[in-house]
Design a binder for this molecule. Structure first.
Ligand code: ZN
Length: 65
């Protein structure tokens, strides 16, 4: 049940370009080139993929890290 509440908040944070864990702006996090765009490693250990075509952030899948 808790997931139903958290998922929209996380989606909103990511649409704002912020980490879902610590709220830090992802454009200030460490970036490296990734086959789908940019891989972003937040200070709190969460990994995101930035898609430069759609300009969207999403959580990286385990197999992408
Ligand atoms: Zn973070």
């Amino acid at each position: 049940m808790l997931k139903n509440v958290i998922a929209p908040i996380q989606a909103w944070l990511m649409s704002q370009g912020k980490c879902v864990g610590c709220g830090l702006p992802l454009n200030k996090a460490e970036k490296k080139t990734h086959k789908y765009g940019k891989q972003i490693s937040c200070k709190c250990g969460r990994i995101y993929i930035y898609n430069s075509k759609t300009k969207n952030y999403r959580r990286a899948l385990l197999e992408e890290i």
